[in-house]
Design a protein around this ligand. Structure first.
Ligand code: P6P
Length: 338
């Protein structure tokens, strides 16, 4: 039975006993958690809160913004700009970075987020989430620019997500394993409900958008074809499929019971390496998955070893149960050699 302690107590223990996180990082994570509780209130209102539907604008990705996308983004900005622990923020919903205004003290951390991932699910009441990643500002010069954010994912100080589902859950790593917290609405606080989360190395469950199958390259056709051949095929076992079209929810399932999540390159837009964003989707999810014993590549290379060249860079994603990710990656590397 996991001991029922609060997020604050967990973080103080990480700070005091493991020397794992400095005070400033603990404060940052607590502020993000409070912002997520505020977002959960808006998400849970649904049609009663005039927060459904589109905002009549597009984000830097050219995607139609939902009202809740903008609300969640504003909540995270307002919660984090004054605390003194951040130098700047970057978001899927903002073209450029948001430097902490001069009226507030600047800190050493950089916060990146997808304020509401899976927002196409909002209007149909399917789980969505907030994804966040924390980097250190390594350039000590005064001032901050987008270049400060272009660090490989292995340099993250912390990463996590808040899942707005049947339960509101915060899932977090500070580099010392993965812990899960469930929002106790009576107390209004996140309570530890899982720690030392482990992803099984094998799985019989894959997550991919099958409607894109005709656009994939050969290694993906090979891997998914073998899964679909089931017990009579080369894998000798049957596979199940899930696709919720909300990365937070698919990754949460994988952390809870294993699986492999794939959003591969496809030929619809050959110049685009993938659909998902490297800095505030793939990197934080890869940190969590690796900390739980899983693996995460772009089909060829470890995602957290990639050095970004632009803030909203996209990447192909293959993550989850280690042995399956290694198989998909091996198929890509064999294909390249052929
Ligand atoms: P598709 C949501 O828009 C998202 O960024 C991820 O959360 C999700 O895994 C993916 O895109 C779904 O993409 O093409 O299946 O709608």
């Amino acid at each position: 039975m996991t001991r029922r302690i609060s997020l604050t107590q967990y973080l103080i223990e990480q700070q005091r006993e493991h020397g794992h996180i400095p005070q400033e990082l603990r404060l940052l994570i607590e502020v993000v958690a409070r912002a997520c509780k505020r977002i959960a209130i808006s998400v849970n209102k649904g049609a009663l809160g005039d927060i459904l539907g589109t905002a009549g604008s597009e984000n830097v990705q050219g995607e139609v913004q939902k009202k809740l996308d903008i609300i969640a983004n504003e909540v995270l900005i307002e919660a984090n700009e004054w605390g003194g622990h951040l130098a700047a923020m970057a978001s899927e919903e903002m073209d450029d970075i948001y430097a902490v205004p001069n009226r507030y003290p600047q800190g050493e951390y950089l916060l990146l987020f997808d304020p509401l991932d899976g927002s196409s699910n909002i209007d149909v009441n399917v789980s969505i989430g907030t994804i966040f990643s924390v980097l250190r500002k390594v350039n000590n010069a005064r001032g901050v620019s987008a270049d400060d954010f272009l660090q490989p994912g292995k340099q993250q100080a912390a990463a996590g997500y808040c899942l707005y589902g049947p339960q509101t859950m915060l899932v977090l790593t500070v580099g010392d394993g993965v812990a899960m917290f469930t929002l106790d609405r009576e107390q209004g606080s996140f309570v530890l409900t899982e720690e030392n989360v482990r992803v099984p190395e094998d799985t019989q469950e894959f997550a991919i958008n099958m409607s894109n199958q005709r656009h994939w390259d050969a290694p993906m056709h090979r891997y998914i074809g073998e899964c679909l051949d089931g017990a009579d095929g080369p894998r000798g076992k049957n596979f199940n499929m899930r696709w919720i079209a909300s990365m937070v929810t698919d990754v949460h399932r994988i952390l809870m019971r294993g699986g492999i999540f794939m959003y591969p390159w496809d030929k619809r837009d050959p110049g685009k390496p993938g659909k998902l964003r490297l800095l505030y989707e793939a990197n934080p999810m890869s940190f969590l998955i690796e900390q739980a014993g899983g693996a995460s590549t772009n089909g060829r290379q470890r995602i957290m070893a990639l050095t970004p060249t632009q803030l909203h860079e996209r990447v192909a994603v293959v993550l989850g149960s280690k042995n399956e990710v290694e198989r998909v990656t091996a198929y890509h590397l064999e294909h390249d050699k052929a």
